[in-house]
Design a protein around this ligand. Structure first.
Ligand code: ATP
Length: 282
């Protein structure tokens, strides 16, 4: 079973510690959500894995071999980020041809099928595509390239709600059909919550959570109601945080709820976005 092991990685930009002694393992055939607030270090991590940056400390291994400047390893990864590596004057059709030259397993037929589903204007130059279609074309390439590890940095940037739904649907279908590892870095947590299996949360350059979504959400719950009742219920419990909306106080609590919830309080399951906000608030 192939895996990427991130060993004690730090990356400094001058005095900025973008990543600070990160340890992680990315395994085969999983969908990861890479979550973190603005500036947390997500793009830096993806750039390091994909050899677009090099670490200040530590190493990244693929099946035990250092990935640095190893092109046969890099051929097994595909990264789509904000920065396009293609010439702006290239047309979409030419991009598909070009990708096939460098990635022999790129499935052109599938790319054309997806292009039709998303309504991609194939004859347009990349520079003249709208923001949403630029993202869509990059996503189509990433979904068609057929390598074991695919990294998406903000894949849904600029996509309308219909195209986002379609993207999630296509990604899941592709994953079921030809499993690979997908790492999705995004701020649209509520939406990706339905499709990710593993959650990695980065805060200020450090990994603060790295576990399955199921385990993460199973080990917490929320209680809502009038402030006094909520606060007395919380006494002696391990709290993640509170929020208040229109006079209703909600508490996010670690562990399993008591069997009997006092009258006037409402019990709900933990939700990934709420948990994320509480964990990364400070
Ligand atoms: N090339 C660079 N030069 C200097 N500082 C950088 C550079 N790239 C990133 N940084 C800094 O490193 C930190 C992490 O940035 P990074 O882009 O990895 O965050 P991010 O989690 O992807 O954020 P966002 O969600 O806003 O895209 C930030 O403080 C950023 O300003």
């Amino acid at each position: 079973m192939s895996s990427i092991v991130i060993e004690n990685i730090s990356k400094n930009f001058g005095s900025v510690k973008a990543l600070n002694h990160i340890n992680l393992e990315l395994t085969e055939h999983k969908i990861y959500g890479l979550l973190g607030r603005n500036g947390a270090g997500k793009t830096t991590l993806l750039n390091l894995i994909n050899n677009r940056l090099f670490p200040s400390e530590g190493q990244i291994l693929f099946d035990g071999i250092n990935i640095e400047n190893n092109s046969s390893i890099q051929n097994q990864f595909y990264f789509i980020g904000e920065k396009s590596l293609y010439p702006d004057s290239m047309k979409v059709k030419a991009l598909y041809k070009y990708t096939k030259m460098f990635h022999p397993d790129f499935d052109e037929t599938y790319a054309y099928k997806l292009s039709e589903m998303f309504g991609v204007p194939l004859k347009k130059k990349l520079s003249s595509l709208s923001t949403g279609y630029k993202s869509i074309v990059k996503n189509i390439v990433a979904l068609s390239v057929n390598v074991p590890f695919v990294f998406f940095d903000e894949p849904i940037l600029g996509l309308d709600a219909n195209h986002r739904e379609l993207f999630y649907k296509v990604l899941i279908e592709k994953y079921i059909d030809q499993p690979a590892t997908y790492v999705l870095s995004t701020h649209l947590i509520e939406e990706v919550s339905n499709i990710i299996e593993e959650v990695i949360i980065i805060k200020n350059g450090e990994v603060i959570k790295n576990e399955s979504k199921e385990a993460l959400l199973d080990n917490g719950y929320s209680i809502s109601g009038p402030t006094g009742l909520v606060e007395s219920y919380c006494s002696g419990k391990e709290l993640i945080g509170f929020d208040t909306l229109g006079g209703l106080r909600s508490a996010y609590i670690v562990g399993k709820p008591d069997e009997n919830i006092p009258q006037g309080l409402e019990l709900s399951g933990m939700d990934l976005q709420k948990l994320f906000i509480q964990l990364t608030n400070i």
